[in-house]
Design a protein around this ligand. Sequence first.
Ligand code: TYD
Length: 206
Amino acid sequence: MSGILGNFIVFEGMDGSGTTTQIARLCDFLAKRNRTFFKTAEPSDNIIGRFIRERVLKDSMLSLDREGILHLYVADRFEHVYGGNGVIANLKRNDFVVQDRYFFSSLAYQSVDVPYDKVFELNKSFPYPEFVFYLECPVDICMERISARGLEKEIFEKEDFLRKVSANYDKCFERLPDGVRFCRIDSSKSRDEVFDEIVRAIGDRI
Ligand code: TYD
């Protein structure tokens, strides 16, 4: 991975860890302080990201090779970071970019089936974000929250799989470059407590 993008804020966590809720709160907080931001996510809403969300994650019958899926995530990311309405373009137009998931998700999820070093290699041209909030959540709580949604489970939303994802997240956050502000938060706490920690970590910049 090359370089660090200032004011780029990424949230990571397993399915059910509550990133969507906390991102919505952070965006409200920024708006109230008249800070401009671009809220986004990966998989993105470009054509590759939509294919991943609508087909790859939903359709267990599609059975694409797991390494092929890795390439789809990387292709989506390339467009999403460097494209016309992407992360870099939006950092020029806004005070912040706030994003749900980034290459750390590939390191955590795709490395369950593909060697970690290969996943790392394919993602190494992407810049690091300045802020990473990792909402850490015990797998059983994630599974309860996923079930409570009442939706059909996506292909990665399985207990055994998520245990491996959790271990991979630990691995990928072990070594981050100087200048990346990493904040690990226990997301089994209440929503308010989690959000307070986020504000404490980023408050000096808002
Ligand atoms: P998620 O943000 O959980 O989508 P939603 O909550 O809207 O359904 O992300 C979709 C899934 O994609 C999630 O299970 C994690 C997975 N994923 C990867 O496996 N690799 C990646 O690089 C990314 C960005 C996501």
